[in-house]
Write a protein that binds this ligand. Structure first.
Ligand code: PEP
Ligand code: MN
Length: 364
């Protein structure tokens, strides 16, 4: 299903923002008035467009810090007064939304645990009817692009045109280098489907560790993200939530200074070498299709043989051999086992589907 979102370009949102990346920054949680104001003053000097702080914190387990609640909204008002920064907080239900609007919070975000729940998103959208303030929607915790789009559509239908998406990664079970796996192909597909949609990357919640923020931010910039949401705290190790991933204002400055913002390669800047290389890529893509077509034809012939000789479709030994020899060959050619295994699993799945169809056609 494709829909169109009715979106207002970010330069008409009333934010103090000129050049990519759009920066949304501040502590994971508002803890004390002093901590909030100290962070905001430090960030004011750093080209940040929106100051963030969580007031209501969705925490996985009870008996952890769940946010200071509504009193933190007054601290955010003070940030506005003292620094002129726009302020932003997370809302997870209509009560939060009304409270935030009452305190003139400029920008809202919907957290990953809320995006998964269409009832909660609809309740927030209803509370926002007629109030066209900027709203960012984080990806749902599970890697489901349609659910993410659904939440964006609900808000858009309620009249929110200053709409953005935040890519904060996806939950998975077991150990990983990341707190939330980035699955970059999901925000890339979102961008392909909605080219006008503002997409921000949140390296803090993807990485879960401060050491990963620089490389994730750089990757996001190179993948054409519009901005970054980064958690900054005056004393990260003592933070009441997400201590490992927060960075000091000085470390944030370093991240920004090291960030290389490359050109988008607009038509007029696109020089002939790039065009030539892209032609070669198109040629090889074409070759790949031809080879895939030929391979699939053979797999179908094998399907016919299995049908005629009453042999089951899946031959585990053979499949193990194919994947092993392909990974070994890929390795020699500098292609990662991860790539080879993904490609071959997809091809094998398609062959199996086709062969199952061929075998069963004979039965009926
Ligand atoms: C946050 O931004 O602090 C937060 C709770 O994020 P997420 O919804 O991405 O977990
Ligand atoms: Mn956080």
């Amino acid at each position: 299903m494709t829909t169109k979102l009715n979106l207002l370009p970010v330069n008409e949102w009333g934010l103090d923002y000129t050049d990519r990346p759009l920066l949304i920054s501040g502590p994971c949680s508002a803890e004390t008035e002093e901590q909030v104001l100290e962070t905001a003053h430090a960030l004011k000097a750093l080209n940040v467009s929106v100051f963030r702080a969580g007031i209501w914190k969705p925490r996985t387990r009870p008996n952890t810090f769940e946010g200071v609640g509504s009193k933190g909204l007054k601290w955010l008002s003070k940030v506005k007064q003292e620094t002129g920064l726009k302020v932003c907080t997370e809302v997870a239900n209509s009560k939060h939304t009304y409270e935030a609007l009452k305190h003139n919070i400029d920008v809202l975000w919907i957290g990953a645990r809320t995006t998964v729940n269409p009832f909660a998103v609809q309740e927030i959208a209803d509370a926002l009817e007629g109030v066209d303030i900027p709203v960012f929607v984080k990806n749902p915790i599970n890697p489901d692009l349609e659910l993410w789009i659904g939440a964006l559509e609900r808000l858009n239908k309620a009249g929110i045109t200053k709409l953005g998406a935040i890519h904060r990664g996806f939950s998975s079970y077991g150990d990983s280098a990341f707190r939330n796996a980035p699955n970059w192909q999901i925000p890339i597909e979102l961008k392909r489907r909605f080219p006008e949609l503002l997409i921000i990357n949140d390296p803090s919640h993807i990485g879960g560790k401060r050491d990963l923020i620089q490389s994730l931010s750089q990757k996001a910039m190179d993948l054409d993200f519009d901005g970054l949401m980064i958690e900054v705290h005056p004393n990260p190790d003592e933070a009441w939530s997400d201590a490992k991933q927060q960075i000091t204002p000085d470390q944030f400055t370093e991240v920004l200074n090291s960030l290389k913002i490359r050109s988008k390669g607009d038509a007029q800047q696109e020089h002939s070498r790039l065009t030539g290389l892209r032609k070669k890529i198109d040629y090889f893509d074409h070759e790949l299709m031809e080879i895939l077509e030929a391979r699939m034809k053979i797999a179908n012939e094998i399907g016919e043989f299995k049908r005629d000789n009453d042999i089951i479709v899946l031959q585990n030994n053979r499949w193990n051999k194919v994947i092993e020899q392909s990974i070994a060959l890929g390795n020699k050619k500098g292609l990662s086992p991860d790539l080879i295994s993904k490609i071959f699993k997809a091809i094998h799945q398609e062959s199996i589907n086709n062969q199952t169809e061929i075998i069963n056609k004979a039965i009926v």
